[in-house]
Design a protein around this ligand. Structure first.
Ligand code: BMA
Length: 328
């Protein structure tokens, strides 16, 4: 009797089973900072940048006040888990041109990179003209010198590599536009942090995957022997709203536009109550990562549900294996 086959079966079709397992471990004390810990009035603190400052870990995070505007706050810690918050926000929207007109609606999503002896803070400035990344320099996290507005709108999630590569400053960012409805990560180079060029597309969302609708740089790239480890965020849109997760990719040390490997599964997904619900539920959003144990482990600082500041750790080798074993 003739067999009736309904549908097309193709033995080449793969069902990927990669899993990041327990590579990334949440800090049991999460959330490590909330609005209740701030010495000033605010609605929420989240999306922290992180950097080592001598023996201390410094976080610079987004503070949203009760009017709905954001500025940047700071916290410091000797053990990387217990933080003391500076008595007032450290950076408010500028009142001086040429920056003031681009910052009227507030500042968000900072990242910090130490390059040489200076610390460079990059944040997203909001105004009716759109969202622009601004870079500022500091040596003490008390006074900041704004250097430049480094892209036209709309562009966000700029991370600076922590050293010059082939004599140039290098950044990853995430431009957004009308035609490209699935925004991805680009790279650009600069001799002075003011003039940027040699823009190149690095990677985009992957169809069907957890990062299928939008991706953006997360923490500034971490230098490892095998390449630059970049922890990025990926968004999947669902009928119930967006889900923000974290993934990782390894970029070539000498030519960071070249991908060595990109992990297939996410490494952190909203799971805990503080990640599932908040002002914007189902969001984990990393802005900084620092190395520990002579480079063997990494501390990832992230915002959860646009509400609070959290910490997770991982072994660097595990993240690298996840990237290089899943080249697709
Ligand atoms: C992005 C930014 C982030 C925020 C995320 C989730 O577009 O606004 O600051 O954490 O959305 O709401």
């Amino acid at each position: 009797m003739e067999q009736i086959i309904t549908g097309n079966f193709n033995s080449d079709i793969r069902y990927p089973m990669e899993d990041s397992g327990n590579i990334v471990q949440r800090c049991p004390e999460n959330p490590i900072l909330t609005a209740k810990d701030t010495p000033y009035s605010c609605n929420s603190i989240f999306n922290p940048a992180a950097v080592m400052y001598g023996e201390e870990t410094i976080l610079v995070f987004r503070v949203e006040n009760k009017v709905g505007f954001s500025a940047l706050g700071l916290a410091r810690s000797k053990d990387g888990v217990h933080f003391e918050i500076y008595p007032e926000p450290i950076l408010l929207p500028s009142t001086e041109e040429p920056f003031a007109r681009y910052e009227v609606y507030g500042l968000s999503d900072p990242r910090v990179s130490k390059i040489g002896e200076a610390y460079y803070l990059v944040y997203a400035a909001y105004s009716e003209l759109g969202v622009h990344p601004v870079v500022a320099r500091t040596y003490d996290f008390i006074s900041f010198e704004r250097i430049s507005l480094i892209a036209e709108p709309d562009n966000r999630n700029v991370v600076l590599f922590p050293e010059l590569i082939n004599g140039e400053y290098v950044r990853l960012d995430r431009p957004m536009g009308e035609i490209n409805t699935a925004p991805g990560i680009w790279i650009s180079y600069s001799p002075d942090l003011v003039y940027w060029g040699k823009h190149q597309f690095v990677m985009g969302p992957r169809p069907v995957h957890w990062d299928c609708n939008k991706i953006g740089p997360g923490a500034p790239p971490i230098k490892t022997e095998r390449g630059w480890l970049e922890i990025y965020h990926g968004v999947r849109k669902t009928v119930a709203g967006d889900i923000y997760r974290l993934g990782c990719v390894l970029l070539d040390l000498n030519d960071p536009a070249r991908i060595i490997g990109r992990a297939m599964p996410y490494i952190l997904s909203p799971e805990e109550p503080y990640e599932r619900s908040g002002d914007v539920g189902n969001v984990v959003f990393a802005g900084g990562a620092v190395l520990d144990d002579y480079g063997e482990t990494i501390r990832i600082y992230y915002g959860a549900s646009d509400q609070c500041v959290c910490l997770a750790t991982a072994r660097v080798d595990d993240l690298i294996s996840l990237c290089v074993n899943n080249v697709r």
